[in-house]
Design a protein around this ligand. Sequence first.
Ligand SMILES: Cc1ncc(C[n+]2csc(CCOP(=O)(O)OP(=O)(O)O)c2C)c(N)n1
Ligand SMILES: [Mg+2]
Length: 595
Amino acid sequence: MTDMIQPNRQVTVGKQKMTPSEAFVETMVANGVTDVFGIVGSAYMDALDIFPAAGIRFIPVAHEQGAVHMADGYSRVSGRHGVCIGQNGPGITNFVTGAAAAFWAHSPVVLITPETGSMTIGLGGFQETDQLPIFSKITKYQGHVMNPKRMAEITARCFDRALLDMGPTQLNIPRDYFYGDIECEIPKPIRIGRGAGDEAAIEQAAALLASAKFPMIVAGGGVFSAGALAEAAQLAELLHAPVACSYLHNDAFPASHPLWTGPLGYHGSKAAMKLMSQADVVLALGTRLGPFGTLPQYGLDYWPRDAKIIQVDADAKMLGLVKSITVGINGDAKAAAAALVARLQGKTLACSANKAERDARIKREKSEWSAELERWTHETDAYSIEVAKSSKSLHPRQVLRELEKAMPRGAMVSTDIGNICQIANSYLRFEQPRSMLAAMAFGNCGYAFPVACGAKIAAPERPAIAYVGDGAWGISFNELLTCAREKIGVSVVVFNNGQWGAEKKNHVDFYSQRYLGVELDNPSWAGVAKAFGCEGITVDRLKDVGDALQRSVQAQADGKTTVVEIMCTKELGDPFRRDALSKPVRHLAKYKAYV
Ligand SMILES: Cc1ncc(C[n+]2csc(CCOP(=O)(O)OP(=O)(O)O)c2C)c(N)n1
Ligand SMILES: [Mg+2]
């Protein structure tokens, strides 16, 4: 049957008689949707039936959480909507973690949530739950189709708002509303440009930058989502200002640029942080300066409290939310940076006077950090030395360095939540935007692999690589099924250290090594991959790391996913949440020993 289908991407024009299913699908076509992730369900089968005729690929996944993560990765790489759909009730509740993760990654994901039929809502029939409250705090907009005649209108609004508000939206549809006859017109997408922001604020920011003796730029996710790389570089060059990437946005500025200094935040670049501590004016370009990403690191409380801070963000509510600011600019990072360049060009800049001195300082900090990283082959705390000394396994830092060296051009790398994945922050450099797909502030284990799958579908020509700890892998490896079935070729580097390491680190630092629930007894993950119809390579020699990564990348061209399982020691780097833990206090006699 499917052989007969000729996909037609022409959107129906003018008011016409159609079914709500047709209105829904046509509105997706009008928004350029070509891929939808989900698990099949009767709730939306009437619409699903015509996806192929509309030129929309349905990618069936193993778990609906995977569908949302894939849609997230897809949108982060393409800049277009990521779309997912599921069965009312359990299919939709499975979306929750993915939606929260996409919310904090600012990904324009549209969650399509068919609901119990309108005639039985509230009766406690089959697969019923109130689907709007569940997502109310993890979406930017919730559209509910309260009458089938409004299907196209509400669908269109969900797509518009996901881009406008830079985050997930929910389209909730009582399942009987896909049927019937309606008359409607497919709305044209509404795309709103932002511009540079308030003139007076730009003027004030330009004056501050012109008077700065040590200006510094923090490039955030807004730099690549606005396509502002060239403008950011122009501004940095004009001021000869060092550029730090905001936490987990290592791809916000090209690593080969002489003014690049690396990422701020957990396991970020000491060079970036040390330079930051010297700044008298900071331009935070397209970053919300999230609290976790600006915490002290390496014992370095680097945030320059006396500096003047200029913050540019497309979301006005982020301005001055976390860090005090001198000037807030609600605008597009590209347009704002261009406006600042235009005002500063040809002006006398205070920072020109000490350019040579600052340049020497930038070079020195960068080379010192690079040399320190080179020497830092393993962790040196007492616990790490003890567990690594009799181990034949590999030091994670050395593995990360080898992976960095073997990284193919144009790679998209997703990273999970875990000790080794976070240390990777020191070793991930990019030349191209939309390349680093870290689990952002929601911080859920199990994020990286499905995100890499979505990224690969959005950009099949680019290598997709996921970094995953063995614990997080246990949460997410079910999507190997999707890779094998749908011929999605990605590389998964699984760091097998036999433990939920990041949490174990808290047992070491705060709970006198009373380990509980942190040891992992793993099967051969390479063997499991093969059983799923994928490739698997076990690596236990450092010299094989790069080759294994490269082989896995080659297999991507054949639509083959490879698990590169790397046997790592149990050593552990700096903890995640030193800021949020304290030594245990016990008052009851029976718990006295637990300190
Ligand atoms: C879904 C979820 N459950 C639990 C946690 C708490 N958590 C944070 S890091 C971590 C350990 C990760 O272990 P692993 O993936 O093996 O990586 P490693 O730390 O060993 O490198 C856990 C359990 C979380 N972040 N997300
Ligand atoms: Mg682990």
